[in-house]
Design a protein around this ligand. Structure first.
Ligand code: AMP
Length: 611
């Protein structure tokens, strides 16, 4: 293993790296830095996030750049604002002792005039998102005629995000003599096409095997159904008292829903997705970095620029649409020499994707079992006991209070004292998991039930849907609130945009109608209306005939069941009649919820205000 000096970097750069705590180069740095310093050949680098790729392309550029020339000499494109800002900051750290180097970062959603003024003052290095970079080129505020290095960072993601035209425009605005450095974690056809069309005989370097997952990451999968997906997620979080994780979701809606549920249930969680303003995103990311939030629920795109090295877990609430994105997700953990676990929750249909992913990551998934209540309690308890063992006692501050405490506890012997103390911290949790169901068992039952078509069900139309923030859990809650009967079976649920469908045990058809009519419930301020739909199933494809409500063209009866809720639900099971337990029934979770209240660090204990 070489040192940074041996790779050809000058002393001021080396000093800055020492300040940052970089002791030795990473694999990609060892390969890319001397290559870029010694040759003007284009470079294609296979590198995941977390491999040290930013330094791999920035350091050689800093080594070679002409400090006395204030023209733009290097343009670095990155898919997201967050990543661009992070690269800009990294480069500023690297050139701390190169006083004449200026870096400007340009990205959408921020004041363009400020960016233009910064460019006018002269910057040798510009980092930008594709859209804003092209805007500034068109306004002639950014001139790339003297560019010597063009870096395309996370090229696969830029293309995924639809920046093909912008990449073409930037590539066209730079001179043919430049050196192009393309960094990507995956090399799908579109990235290869960019390499083919815009690079000349590129040299290839890799930080490991192409497209393979990080060596330090273990991949696990858990079988769930739509009913057990969220409870399983919570149990996995509960099993790991020191969890620090990103939960990946496919859509903004799914992200917000999962985050809202976790926050409601007392977890230290928040969401990160494209519907948030830049200010909100910065605030969430800041809290997550500082660990005031322990669980970040995010879309793939929003989490791109997040540079956190100590994640214990990556949780895939749902697998990404594009399988290649799994490597990006799982690569967020197991960084900087740490071990990490990437967990995937899959239903019966999604399981097939695991094989495809295994081929890409060249590793096997290990099957995990959703932990039982007992396992969770045991783990949390032992964690608490470990903490007690390792707690330092501040003798001088305590001594004043001790005599009084000893006197009060005089009547209790050691064992009683331990039991009381543990109960104080754990009663809520013990109660919560008392009689908890085996979710693995429920999943397999649901999967077999989901396959059978049930002729004993009546299908109802309800006039609320996704736009009213309805989800399967809330619909079950609403049905249960009507007191239709004990242990009634709820079947398939289809949530559509403005209305939905649910199935109820045929024997309760009339009672269901009567209950809704009598109770006249409302949902989020909308009065609820329920009707029986005609049941016309066409052979097994899940299509349903019938009327088109509200004259909508493809109003839902003819649509396939939505992915959101297709499994049968029984109202007496864990997620049934009491499926949406109130948050006051739930144990408190460690640290701080996004609501701003700091909670006991002892896991499931009492809430304590610290401020
Ligand atoms: P990157 O892949 O560029 O996002 O880097 C991932 C993380 O590793 C960042 O936090 C870097 O600061 C850190 N890093 C990069 N290179 C090194 C190195 N040689 N030694 C220690 N940490 C590094």
């Amino acid at each position: 293993m070489s040192t940074f000096l041996e790779l050809g970097l000058k002393e001021p750069i080396n000093r800055a790296l020492t300040d940052l705590g970089y002791e030795k180069p990473t694999v990609i740095q060892e390969k890319a830095i001397p290559q870029i310093i010694s040759s003007t050949d284009d470079l294609k680098a296979f590198a995941q996030t977390g491999t040290g790729k930013t330094a791999a392309f920035s350091l050689p550029i800093l080594e070679l750049i002409d400090e006395s020339n204030s023209n733009v000499q290097a343009i670095i494109l990155s898919p997201t604002r967050e990543l661009a800002v992070q690269i800009g900051k990294n480069i500023e750290d690297f050139c701390k002792y190169l006083k004449n180097i200026k870096v400007t970062t340009v990205y959408g959603g921020a004041n363009m005039d400020t960016q233009i003024r910064s460019l006018k003052r002269g910057s040798q290095i510009v980092v930008g998102t594709p859209g804003r970079t092209v805007d500034l080129i068109n306004r002639r505020a950014l001139k790339l005629g003297n560019v010597q290095w063009l870096v395309l960072d996370e090229a696969d993601e830029m293309l995924n995000m639809g920046f093909k035209d912008e990449l073409d425009a930037v590539l066209e605005a730079t001179p043919n003599t430049k050196q192009t450095l393309l960094f990507s974690a995956t090399f799908p056809r579109e990235v290869e096409a960019i390499a083919r069309n815009y690079m000349t005989n590129p040299v290839e370097v890799a930080s490991g095997e192409k497209n393979s997952g990080s060596e330090n990451v273990t991949h696990e999968y858990y079988s769930v159904t739509e009913r057990t997906r969220y409870p399983a997620l919570k149990r996995i979080a509960d099993l790991n008292p020191d969890i620090y994780a990103i939960i990946f979701c496919r859509t903004r809606r799914e992200t917000q829903e999962v985050a809202d549920n976790l926050i409601r249930d007392g977890y230290s969680a928040d969401s990160l997705h494209g519907d948030l303003s830049q200010g909100q995103r910065d605030s969430v990311m800041g809290k997550f970095r500082k660990k005031t939030i322990k669980i970040l629920v995010a879309t793939d795109v929003a989490a791109r620029g997040l540079d956190v090295n100590e994640l214990t877990h990556v949780l895939n609430h749902k697998l990404p649409d594009q399988i290649e994105n799994y490597t990006h997700r799982s690569g967020r953990t197991g960084r900087a020499g740490n071990k990490g676990i990437s967990i995937v929750l899959v239903n019966g249909k999604e399981k097939g994707k695991l094989r495809q992913i295994e081929r890409i990551i060249k590793k096997k998934f290990i099957e995990g079992k959703v932990p039982s209540g007992k396992e969770i309690v045991q783990n949390q308890l032992m964690n608490l006991i470990d903490k007690v063992q390792n707690t330092e006692v501040n003798e001088s501050e305590m001594s004043e209070f001790l005599p009084n405490i000893y006197e009060k506890l005089e009547s209790l012997d050691r064992e009683e004292l331990i039991k009381k103390f543990v109960s104080l911290e754990f009663n809520t949790m013990l109660k919560y998991y008392e009689n908890s169901k085996d979710l693995n068992d429920l999943s397999s039952r649901d999967n077999s039930r989901a396959r059978s078509t049930d002729e004993n069900m009546t299908r109802f139309f309800i006039n609320i849907g996704r736009k009213d923030n309805l989800n399967p859990g809330k619909l079950i809650g609403l049905i249960n609130e009507q007191n239709i009967g004990d242990k009634i079976e709820i079947g398939a649920i289809d949530i559509l945009d403005t209305f939905s469908f649910f199935e109820i045990d045929k024997n309760y058809e009339d009672k269901t109608l009567e209950a809704f009519l009598e109770n006249q419930p409302d949902f989020d301020g909308r009065s609820v209306n329920v009707e029986i739909t005609k049941k016309e199933r066409s052979g097994g494809g899940g299509r349903r005939g019938g009327r088109k409500p509200f004259g909508k063209k493809d109003g839902g009866f003819g649509r396939r069941r939505s992915a959101e809720g297709s499994s049968s639900r029984r109202s007496d099971s864990g997620g049934g009649r009491r499926s949406e337990r109130r948050s006051s029934d739930r144990p408190d979770r460690a640290s701080r919820s996004s609501g701003g209240e700091r909670k006991s660090s002892g896991g499931f204990g009492r809430k304590r205000r610290e401020n």
